[in-house]
Design a binder for this molecule. Structure first.
Ligand code: ADP
Length: 242
């Protein structure tokens, strides 16, 4: 699914947080939305998921306007927010079932889809455990599995590795890249951690509400005359020096 953001500006009260942000996301690709804390990443996610109302600009999902055809557009989106949003007292499978019910899926469909996702996330043996018993990395996997239950075409992840150890972070990042390939899923992964981004990724660098770069990581580095993404990120934003 192609996603197009056209000239999006947003302010909380009088404070501008996004300034004329435009980009296009390509079907089946991993896109990194890279920006230091406070850049406006969560605000952009809020607009893409309709938690926040668009003020200026337009968001199009496969040509459908989020403003004018919100239900059609929202059906195509799966989202993993920064804060864990699972019910800790429900089992892993119950969390998936509840999401399926919200999306109007039948019980049979819910069982089939949850079996598929649990298998793919190697969570089958944890299906009947309350989420409370799972570690942070496993909980994150459940959240992604849940976000995929209704088979969205776009997966939004807002700093999904916050609070995870280095190995879990890398594992989750690898896993989501595999999903892109397997499902032709379009992914937008927000992060302030350069190590979660690869030079082959489409990279969108956001800083103080402005999109400073948009393109393949290695092309951005070349355009900035920098040897790598860490140096490029630092040169553009003054953040993340390694
Ligand atoms: P990021 O996700 O990149 O860290 P955010 O979108 O959370 O950035 O924040 C962008 C800016 O907007 C920050 O300066 C933040 O303080 C401000 N901001 C975020 N949420 C609110 C809010 N509800 N009210 C006022 N200002 C906010």
């Amino acid at each position: 699914m192609t996603i197009e953001a056209r000239q999006i500006s947003f302010q909380y009260g009088r404070t501008p947080v996004l300034r004329e942000v435009s980009f296009t996301l390509t079907s089946g690709r991993f896109h990194a939305l890279l920006g230091p804390n406070g850049a406006g990443k969560s605000t952009l996610f809020g607009l893409m998921t309709r938690l926040l109302a668009l003020q200026t600009g337009e968001l199009l999902m496969e040509g459908r306007s989020l403003r004018r055809q919100p239900a059609d557009a929202m059906r195509q989106i799966g989202v993993v927010f920064q804060q864990n949003a699972l019910d800790l007292d429900l089992t892993v499978r119950q969390n998936l079932f509840y999401h399926a019910a919200l999306h109007g899926m039948s019980r049979k469909q819910a069982r089939m889809r949850s079996d598929q996702e649990l298998e793919r996330f190697t969570l089958t043996d944890r299906a009947n455990d309350p989420v409370r018993l799972l570690n942070g990395g496993h909980r994150r996997r459940v959240e992604i599995a849940r976000a995929l239950m209704h088979q969205p075409k776009l997966l939004l992840l807002d700093e999904p590795t916050v609070g995870l150890d280095v190995a879990s972070r890398a594992g989750l990042n690898r896993h989501v890249r595999t999903l892109c390939e397997q499902d032709n899923l379009t992914v937008l992964w927000a992060t302030h951690l350069i190590e979660e981004v690869q030079p082959e990724d489409r990279v969108l660098i956001l800083h103080e509400g402005k999109l400073l770069a948009d393109g393949a990581g290695h092309d951005i580095c070349e355009a900035e005359g920098q040897p790598g993404l860490a140096e490029t990120f630092h040169a553009l934003t003054g953040a993340g020096q390694t």
